[in-house]
Design a protein around this ligand. Structure first.
Ligand code: PRX
Length: 636
């Protein structure tokens, strides 16, 4: 029997050792015993980080939806697969059983086929957190189409960029979405985006808010009538292990967003195995991850990982503050949630509102708490532990990335002793390394460095869609023969890892990855702006907030700075989305630059963080006088 379910620390160490001594053998056993294959692999792993090329389970054939749905029909067909909790607490929750999910996914898959979608075609999904979102991912996977989900908070420009980059044929969207007390007109965002998207031939529209929208003749169609007519049987497309499953865009420090490509078998095996162990899912547990399926957390740990284990996974449409700040805890009580997985930014926002929102609810069902997306500060960790877990539910601080597909560094709850702010130990099969600036591995404990991974794991992204060179440059060129994460980390005296944050120009705001370059490009489109630079600075709730330094064109006119700030944030909202808005904007005369013309963000970061006592050596700058000018402005 393979060690699919790890139950104590000794077992963790023993399995971990085996997984790194003989990875092929280890993953073969896991894959063999716990999944449904149409054909077994010829080779477990081939890899070469210099190309880079990684292949897991080559030669195997499968369909991930048969693993997430079909194989559960006999054993747990009447169990709830997806438990949908609507935005409005007075609207009934929906329990979609595995049997119902099977039918609904097949109907949806047949609609896609009728519209001409075939294996390998890209389908863009731009939907709120309603069941059709999860179902549309699975429907694409059923027929071998590659889904590209775009978070429904992104603007029309951001949506168009993503559609065009992967040349999607279809968009699946809705007439609108509910978000707390607000409704958002998603369809007009799609309409605007599609003015610029020549590859889109069809738009399927889900009716959610019953708003009055127009359908473009020959392109847009309501989904429900098509589903009603479609057969509930759809033979699963047989996929090769390395056939693409999905593309998901993530921000880089430069250039356009990167379409990370994930493939089928390795992704399935790793997300399922991590889900089982990191959340210790058993029996009829009810598991809830509050992320949006528009992010990797939702792909791996709302949809694929839980469903591959036959779990009940909650999907919540709303926001933590509606109708009031007790909503999360009301849902935990209502559905007797056992595992609860959220982001530090949500914990901090809820902690700020006080305990009265927590105390009115029965949280005794909770067994495991999780966090993801950004470093969790000590105060938030303890608040979560004391008030939500009542010091009985271990906190799993899970470190991973869109690129890694699944959780990489994490405690195994009830096995690994937790330590606030530490993601603790590498998951089974994961071989981290800390590197110094010279490219040497820093061995031993109580050390710090850049976090790399030395050996492939099954769910790693295989490339950036359409740009393999960029994949190589970004992840495999900084350190020889290693995947570079972009994060810094330290290892303590017992070998626990603590993620210290990004070491590149990516800023994590409220758990969302934002690259500086696209935001600066947006700001520079304002006619009054000559140049700009964005940095992050610490923020109580969001972890980091954005601070923009903006140089205006010298036109001789005087300008209302407050209006300019509003206009700049409007442009950012239009180009990217409200998540990328700046909290502070400082208009300056210049930006500190190196002699080669690169902006010295380190100095700007210190000024934005109010940490000007130790700016380091500024004498090598091209224009050292600019620094004092910026500081003087702040001090006024
Ligand atoms: O900087 C790390 C941070 O989030 C980055 C990955 O962001 P994204 O691709 O959007 O995926 C987020 C959800 C998996 C990482 O490079 N990060 C993620 N989890 C943690 C974290 N930082 C500290 N602690 C974590 N647990």
């Amino acid at each position: 029997m393979s060690n699919y379910h790890i139950k104590n620390l000794e077992e963790y160490f023993q399995v971990y050792r085996r997984s790194v001594r003989n990875p092929e053998n280890f993953w073969e056993e896991i894959a063999e015993e716990h999944f449904l294959w149409r054909k077994k692999w010829d080779n477990v792993l081939s890899w070469d980080f210099t190309k880079p090329e990684v292949k897991w389970f080559e030669g195997a054939q499968l369909n991930i939806t048969e693993n997430c749905i079909d194989r559960h029909l006999v054993t747990r067909g009447d169990k709830t697969a997806i438990l949908f909790e609507p935005n409005n607490p007075n609207e009934d929750a929906e329990h979609i059983t595995y049997k119902e999910l099977y039918k609904r996914v097949n109907q949806f898959a047949n609609v896609l086929k009728d519209k001409g979608i075939k294996k390998g075609d890209r389908v863009c999904i731009y939907l709120p957190m309603i069941p059709e979102l999860a179902i549309s991912l699975l429907a694409c996977a059923r027929i071998g189409a590659i889904h590209s989900v775009v978070f429904a908070g992104f603007s029309s420009t951001a949506l168009a960029t993503r559609i065009n980059d992967s040349e999607c044929k279809m968009v699946i969207t809705s007439d609108g979405s509910y978000r707390g007390a607000k409704t958002i007109d998603l369809k007009s965002i799609v309409d605007e985006a599609l003015e610029d998207c020549p590859t889109i031939t069809d738009v399927l529209v889900v009716k959610r808010i019953h708003s009055d929208i127009t359908l473009k003749e020959g392109r847009d169609v309501w989904l429900q009538p098509l589903l009603d007519k479609a057969s509930t049987e759809c033979t699963a497309e047989i996929m090769n292990a390395e056939d693409p499953l999905f593309i998901l865009y993530t921000s880089g420090s430069t250039g356009k967003p990167k379409g990370m490509l994930h493939t089928t078998a390795g992704y399935m095996v790793y997300t399922a195995y991590t889900f089982k162990n990191v959340f210790q899912y058993r029996g009829n547990d009810v598991y809830w991850c509050t992320a949006d399926i528009g992010w990797i957390t939702g792909h791996s740990y709302i949809v694929y990982g839980p469903l591959a284990n036959g779990a009940t996974t909650v999907m919540f449409e709303g926001v933590p503050s509606y109708p009031d700040y007790s909503r999360f805890w009301q849902i935990v009580e209502k559905h007797k949630v056992n595992q609860f997985y959220t982001a530090p930014t949500a914990i901090r926002a809820l902690a700020k509102e006080g305990l009265s929102h927590v105390e009115s609810n029965d949280l005794s069902s909770l067994k495991i708490l999780g966090t993801v997306g950004e470093p969790i500060n000590e105060e938030a960790w303890h608040w979560y532990d004391d008030n939500i877990g009542k010091r009985k539910s271990p906190i799993v601080d899970t470190w991973w990335q869109t690129e890694t597909g699944g959780i990489m560094i994490t405690p195994i709850p009830y096995s690994t002793p937790t330590k606030p702010t530490y993601a603790t130990l590498p998951f089974i099969g994961i071989q981290p390394a800390l590197m110094d600036a010279e490219g040497n591995e820093v061995k031993g404990n109580q050390v710090e460095g850049r976090l790399c991974i030395k050996f492939p794991w099954p769910s790693m992204a295989r490339t950036i869609w359409g740009n393999h060179q960029r994949y190589k440059d970004t992840y495999f060129s900084s350190f020889e023969n290693k995947y570079f994460t972009g994060d810094g980390a330290l290892r303590d005296e017992v070998g626990y890892y603590r993620i210290t944050g990004r070491v590149d120009d990516v800023i994590i705001v409220s758990g969302h990855n934002l690259g500086t370059a696209p935001i600066e490009d947006a700001i520079n489109e304002h006619p009054a702006v000559a140049e700009s630079a964005i940095v992050g600075y610490p923020h109580d709730i969001k972890g980091n907030a954005l601070y923009g330094y903006v140089i205006l064109k010298d036109t001789g006119e005087s300008r209302n700075q407050e209006n300019l700030r509003i206009e700049i944030n409007q442009i950012i909202t239009e180009q990217i989305g409200p998540i990328a808005k700046l909290d502070k904007i400082q208009f300056t005369q210049g930006l500190p630059k190196t002699r080669s013309g690169k902006i010295m963000r380190r100095i700007l970061r210190k000024i934005a963080s109010n940490d000007i006592s130790n700016l380091g050596d500024t004498s090598t700058l091209l224009n050292p006088e600019v620094v004092q000018g910026i500081i003087d402005q702040v001090l006024v």
